[in-house]
Design a protein around this ligand. Sequence first.
Ligand SMILES: C[S@@+](CC[C@H](N)C(=O)[O-])C[C@H]1O[C@@H](n2cnc3c(N)ncnc32)[C@H](O)[C@@H]1O
Length: 230
Amino acid sequence: MSRDELSPLGECHRDVLASMYGGEPQLGEDGQRHPIDATTRISVAEGMTLHGLCVAAGATSLLEVGLAYGFSTVFLLAALEKAGGGTLVSIDPFQATDWHGIGAGHARRLVSRSPVLAPGSFSWVEDRSERALVELERAGRCHDLTFIDGYHRFDDVLVDFTLAARTCSPGGAIVLHDRWLDSVEAVVSFVRNNRGDFEEVPTACENLGVFRRTGDDGRDWSHFVRFPLR
Ligand SMILES: C[S@@+](CC[C@H](N)C(=O)[O-])C[C@H]1O[C@@H](n2cnc3c(N)ncnc32)[C@H](O)[C@@H]1O
C-alpha cells in the first residue's frame, strides 16, 4: 500500500490506516499492542470505494456489520468527517474478545480528535447482527449506507441484508463484502433477481456488491424468482 492511495482521506485517518495496512501491532482496550492478521480487512481499493460511495451520496447515517480491527470503520468515519458530521453504528459481538477492542478503540480516538464529529458519533453494539438490526429497526433508525461484512454464511448474509433493508433510507445503499465467496455471491444474485426495490450499482471493485434502494418492498407473500448462484 502506498500512502498516496489514501491521500483523499484526512491525516488522522491516513495515519491509522497506514499503520494497520503496514501490519504494525495495534492498541487493544487492555492497553497492550496486539499483532493483527493480514486477512481480516477490506482492501484499500474497497475502502476507498466505500468511502467514495458515502461522500458522493452525502451519507451521514452509517451502519456496519463486522468491526474487527476497524479498517472499514476508519474509511466510513473519514466519510463522516467530510460530510461535516453524522453517526456510525458498528455491530460486532466479538469485538472485545476476538479483536481486543482494537476497531472500537480506533473509532473512539478518531472521533475524540475530530473537529467536526460529536462525541456520540460512533457507537459499537456488542450483539449478533440478527438481533442488533431488529433493535435498530425498532428504534426507528434509518441508514444512508450499510456495510455488511459479518458472518459470511449464505443464510447469515441474507438475513443481514433483509434486516438492513428495513432501515435503509430511500436512495440509501447496502454494500456486501467478499463476493469471492459463493455464499455472498448467492445473496447478491438473490437480491439482483428478487428485490425490485433495490438497483445494483456497478463499481470498480468486483468483491463488493452495491445496491441502492429505489422503492418499497412490494412483493406479495409467495414471490420468488429463481436465481443463479453465480
Ligand atoms: C471480516 S471481519 C470484519 C472486517 C472489517 N469490516 C474491516 O474491514 O476491518 C468480520 C467480523 O464480523 C464479526 N461477526 C461475526 N459474527 C457476527 C455476527 N453474527 N454479527 C455481527 N458481526 C459478526 C466478527 O467478529 C468480525 O469482527
